[in-house]
Design a protein around this ligand. Sequence first.
Ligand code: GLC
Length: 571
Amino acid sequence: MSTTATLATLSDSDLATDPNWWRQASVYQIYPRSFSDSNGDGLGDIRGITAKVPYLKQLGIDAVWLSPFYPSALADGGYDVDDYRDVDPKLGTLEDFAEMSAALHAAGIKLIADIVPNHSSNRHEWFQEALASPKGSAARDRYIFRDGKGPDGEFPPSDWDSVFGGPAWERITEPDGSPGQWYMHIFAKEQPDLNWANREVRDDFLKTLRFWSDRGVDGFRVDVAHALTKDLTEPLQSKLEIGTEDGTLDGSHPFWDRDEVHEIYAEWREVFNEYNPPRTAVAEAWVHASRRPRYASPKGLGQAFNFDLLQADFDAREFREIITRNLLEAAATGASSTWVFSNHDVVRHATRYGLPKATPEAHKRGKGQDGKAWLLAGAPEEELDRELGLRRARAATLLMLALPGSAYLYQGEELGLQEVSEIRESERQDPSFFRNRGVEIGRDGCRVPLPWTAEGASYGFGDGGAHLPQPRWFSDYAVGVQEEQEGSTLELYRQALRLRRELQAAEELTWHENAKGEVLHFTRPGGWHVVTNFGEESVELPPGELLVSSGPLEGGRLPANTTVWLRWQAK
Ligand code: GLC
């Protein structure tokens, strides 16, 4: 039986009940406020997503991951949640959510919800209750309140910094009007950290997991999964003692990647397993690679993101080392590996790859050393070669889509969309920009609403404007344009995602050792060959039937910055 025939039997309805559906799924991340706006208010919404289900089906993805859609003041793009068991009225209603979930499922697409357990928003009813309640009360114990230092408690309890810049503590005013205690917030001050040592907090999240699982959510993406448990034994350590890394190798950091966090996920797993098929989860945990398996354990969340490829340069040796290591690591836990190049936090990969050699910090944006130019990914925009960036992004993605494991895609990358830098300070929204004014440019450049049409109000995003400004060049990247364009990036994604469904078999990969240093060549079961040329010269193509190519071939040879999939059956 050919591979195609074997896999063609895995129909949409099988996918619906297969407990392993996530292992080699392609997951498309939707940033709801920037995807599609059904009511013309400038913000994308749930009905906008429902209207685009045919587009998602045609794209050929297996699942959608929705970034937060909960009620929120948008201090951090929705990662400041007012109510975990509702839909933001600006985005729709629970009924709209049910319709969207049904439409996705009818199209054979699974639904993954982002869950934000480390912090609520400061508008959450629990936090409001904590502010109105006295020091030492049960309401305050759901968060992390401490007295300040100094004679009048006027200094923060420790010197810890927030990830978005500035101190990780904010002072409150007590109900009687006097200056009061401080609360901890690893992110923005509108995102108070919850106290996971509190049983009520734990139980409430179990309730939330069931709430969404009962409403058709098939899995969860767990936001900053490595921050929930904290060692707040007095005296709090100074940042000079603990360092700035997102964890330590022995779990001794006071708030990143502590071992006890896995007790929480063991409880979550019990809830996931109440469902058939069990609900899945993927951890966003920026931890040392050696500690990632704990998050990916089948007794815990089951899968964890690795951001290694995302942080790597476009380089054969680096790619190979990362792929090999992650496949081994995933196999050791029983999870499958995850792959990702772009998401709502990083510079889009078509832009990163068009800039001079990346550094490990390449996904960051900021100011140059002379303090003048904004840097997109470690370099000023004048140095950006968009064409090269796109070529490499297409090659890298085609390679990624052939890897065993789950491929996570970010909305707009199927259009080869570039990072937007033309956003005025007055139009910026990201708290990392405001808390670091003049130092960090923030993440708005990858969150600009998608262009659906070449013309028209907000390029087809909605009938009104777009909540972040879309540049004129967005028109060239519009879905409508690419649907008519032979060889467009959209066509490439559609082709590759369709073929991937047919070709995926056992989670095995074998490196082909004859390839030159700058060429990677691997095979998957069923005669599926994948070759990427990272070098500058074209190279000979191995034999086989050409299935798809990330760019045109050159006289039958594989050009620089190009990937091909071939099928080759041994006689
Ligand atoms: C995660 C999210 C990011 C958010 C942060 C705080 O890293 O991906 O967008 O700002 O958590 O919730």
